[in-house]
Design a binder for this molecule. Structure first.
Ligand SMILES: [Zn+2]
Length: 169
């Protein structure tokens, strides 16, 4: 979905509300991402905000199986029109450092699908478990049971410890 800035200008209060309902191929979940999105023309450019949810197919870190993960993402993003004739001081007071700001660079459209995709990706947790009680793969279960480690399995234990270390860094 794209927001056309010319169309937005013609709206009452220069604001548009959408219902977003799209399958984003890059997420590889074959499920629609749904939610409300609103776009508002502002002094500095465009403010796009919304909240969407979808189900992702993630891989469990312990058992390495796919599982369905519900993700809900709220976002607020400001797009700046640098070519607008606004005094610098005015833009600065509206835009704070923490804001996600993107320069429109003369573009007349905002790609909302891409914006939502980016926001989902940055909100996917780094550690994934299909269930807090997930017992893990059979090899790992065996390792946890045994006090004496089978030397053939030791390499896997080291690998999984290393993976855990890498992730916690
Ligand atoms: Zn699992």
């Amino acid at each position: 979905m794209k927001i056309n800035l010319k169309e937005l200008e013609g709206q009452p209060e220069q604001k548009q509300d959408f219902y977003f309902d799209e399958i984003i191929d890059e997420l590889e979940n074959k499920k629609p991402v749904k939610g409300k999105v609103s776009a508002q023309l502002t002094e500095y450019g465009v403010l796009v905000q919304g909240e969407v949810d979808t189900k992702l197919n993630l891989i469990c870190d312990r058992c390495l199986d796919f599982f369905e993960y519900n993700i809900n993402v709220s976002f607020l993003e400001k797009f700046v029109k640098k070519d607008l004739d606004i005094p610098q001081s005015q833009t600065e007071c509206e835009l704070s450092e923490e804001d996600l700001v993107e320069d429109l660079q003369g573009r007349e459209e905002i790609n909302v699908t891409d914006l939502i995709y980016q926001n989902i990706i940055i909100n996917v947790p780094g550690k994934n478990l299909c269930d807090t009680n997930c017992k893990g793969t059979e090899a790992l279960q065996d390792l946890n049971k045994k006090d004496e480690i089978d030397p053939r399995l030791e390499i896997f234990k080291k690998l999984s410890d290393k993976m855990d270390d890498d992730k916690s860094n």
